[in-house]
Design a protein around this ligand. Structure first.
Ligand code: ZN
Length: 279
């Protein structure tokens, strides 16, 4: 209780500090959604970034030398997910490891029920419930910030997993406030997940990346990417899913998104499936 009080007081102090000019420049340069936010939201985002950067440890990997540009560009995207609601700033995450670009990992993959294959895959990011850490490729984090409407954003994806972990399970259900919200969330997500699975199996083009058909946790992460990057398309094609995400994130990205309305359906590529891996 007292610890919580001290932590909150420290965070209040951090949020009240003047935002450093040398942090603001790279945000303006790299983060395309930033100028599209309302003045209030921009101010709130910057306050969250102050806390985030004071509390999270960054490490450069694979020869990457960490800079303020890297830290703030990642922080700005992560903190967009925190606007308008009470937050504990991704409490299970302590360290963010940043590689210069896609990195290689050894992996065992199930081929079918009884057979596994081993191989090396490339990844852009990953995180896990028990790890306390996240790995990101700087290339991908930077290009995700630069293109706010291609539907892909590795930072949104991995930090959505962290939101999912807040209530201790990697089950695609973040911390929802009321019982009503939980019931509604589960019902909508179950239906939407099933229809993505069916589309993936039959090869029907989908707006949501079919990597989301892997399990409910990936479904939430992929939906979060679409919510912030393709909000108008998502609202048009998956109105119930959009409403659930809108209620949880307490935001309406359709109002500020740089997304252009697409007439033709967008087919998901297999690219993301190969390069994204989690837990
Ligand atoms: Zn994932």
């Amino acid at each position: 209780m007292i610890l919580g009080f001290l932590k909150e007081r420290r965070r209040q102090r951090l949020r009240a500090q003047l935002f450093p000019e040398n942090w603001l420049d790279p945000i303006k340069r790299n983060v395309a959604f930033f100028p599209r936010l309302s003045a209030n939201d921009r101010a709130e985002l910057l306050r969250h970034i102050q806390v985030f950067l004071a509390e999270k440890r960054f490490e450069g990997c694979g020869g990457l030398e960490l800079t303020d540009e890297i830290r703030v560009t990642i922080a700005a995207q992560a903190c967009l997910l925190l606007l308008h609601r009470e937050t504990d700033y991704f409490p299970r995450l302590l360290t963010i490891l940043v590689y210069p670009s896609a990195y290689m990992v050894d992996e065992r993959r199930p081929v079918d029920e009884h057979v596994w294959e081993e191989g090396t895959t490339t990844r852009l990011g990953e995180t896990g419930r028990r790890l306390g850490s996240m790995v990101l490729s700087w290339d991908a984090a930077k290009s995700g910030a630069a293109d706010p409407s291609d539907g892909k954003n590795v930072v949104f994806h991995e930090f959505a997993h962290q939101l999912d972990y807040e209530n201790y399970a990697a089950d695609g259900v973040p911390g929802l406030v009321t019982r009503e919200e939980q019931v509604s969330w589960l019902e909508v997500m179950r239906t939407e997940f099933a229809s993505l699975r069916a589309a993936d199996e039959t090869g029907i083009p989908t707006l949501l990346d079919t990597y989301g058909a892997t399990n409910p946790a990936e479904f939430f992460a992929v939906s979060t990417e679409a919510f912030f990057e393709r909000p108008r398309a998502l609202r048009a094609r998956h109105p119930k899913l959009y409403v659930e995400l809108q209620r949880y994130f307490r935001q309406d990205p359709a109002g500020y998104s740089a997304e252009r309305i697409q007439v033709s359906p967008v087919s998901a590529t297999d690219e993301h499936r190969q390069i994204s891996g989690c837990d």
